[in-house]
Design a binder for this molecule. Structure first.
Ligand code: ARG
Length: 275
């Protein structure tokens, strides 16, 4: 069923890409190195607003307690996914995690570079729908300020960065294969914002949730291959130097016809009254 769906989606995407100003195929250099999925290793200094969420009490071990990503949008304000703060993911309420920290300035999780900053409060979007996945964001307030320059601006509604086929980059410490392999170092993958109509076709509802253009955006590549994956949730999708999305969900990782779905930042701004 899913395979057939995937194949059916490839053709419209190719046609759409041909008509776009930034064709998917030619805009995507073949990156054959380590594979976030289909990506490449990146130093956090190139995206200093990308942070890791960690709790050694809950997730100690090889991933150094990292369980989600986040993005600094203010000196002591980090956005992440609401589902990262969900009891079903954490095994506890966020307020019960005494060692919830944001790790900034550290590419290799097992190194001691950068800083581990305690989270002083967690605000989960009350409109988050854990079944349909809409409104998937939470705001963390840090106990200490981040170094200046480690904050990214957010794209408001109508920003050209949201246009279909805009090149975008997603960052995270998540699974690099879709098979549960964690490199322990920050990776990035180059993807493209995809048209809402295509996202709606990919996720009409059912298996893994349905796509809602008002609150979500989707991004990926025509042939799949490049995507966020488990462990990247809450991390940033950046286009034209501005934050446009937070890693939220998807069917598999990097599958053709199943693009990654992101929380739409313009909707976060609207909900928070920041826009
Ligand atoms: N829900 C996942 C997480 O908690 C993120 C999945 C993103 N999947 C994707 N194919 N883009 O880390």
């Amino acid at each position: 069923m899913r395979r057939r769906l995937a194949r059916a989606l490839v053709r419209p995407l190719v046609l759409a890409a041909a008509a776009a100003t930034t064709p998917l195929a030619s805009a995507s250099p073949a990156v054959a190195d380590s594979i976030v999925v289909g990506g490449f290793p990146v130093d956090v200094s190139q995206s200093p607003w990308t942070v890791a969420l960690s709790s050694r009490d809950l997730f100690g071990g090889t991933r150094a307690g990292q369980f989600c990503g986040g993005v600094a949008v203010g000196p002591s304000t980090v956005l992440t996914a609401a589902h990262c703060m969900d009891e079903s993911v954490l095994g506890a309420k966020p307020t019960q995690i005494r060692d919830l920290r944001v790790i900034a300035g550290r590419s290799e999780l097992l190194s001691d570079k950068g800083r581990e900053i305690p989270v002083s409060s967690v605000w989960v979007n009350p409109g988050y729908d854990g079944v349909g996945n809409s409104g998937d964001f939470a705001v963390l307030t840090l106990a200490e300020k981040l170094p200046s320059g480690s904050v990214i601006g957010m794209a408001r509604g109508g920003d050209p960065a949201y246009r279909a086929y805009t090149p975008a980059t997603v960052y995270g410490w998540g699974d690099t294969t879709g098979g549960g392999s964690y490199a322990g170092s920050l990776h990035a993958a180059r993807v493209h914002v995809l048209p809402d109509a295509l996202c709606e076709k990919a996720y009409p509802g059912g298996v893994s949730g349905s796509y809602h253009a008002g609150t979500m955006l989707c991004a990926g590549e025509e042939k799949g291959g490049r995507d966020a994956c488990q462990g990247d949730s809450g991390g940033p999708l950046v286009a034209q130097g501005r934050l446009i999305g937070l890693v939220s969900w998807g069917s598999g990782c990097g599958w053709a016809g199943s693009p990654g779905v992101y929380t739409r930042i313009s909707d976060v701004l609207r909900t928070l009254g920041w826009g």
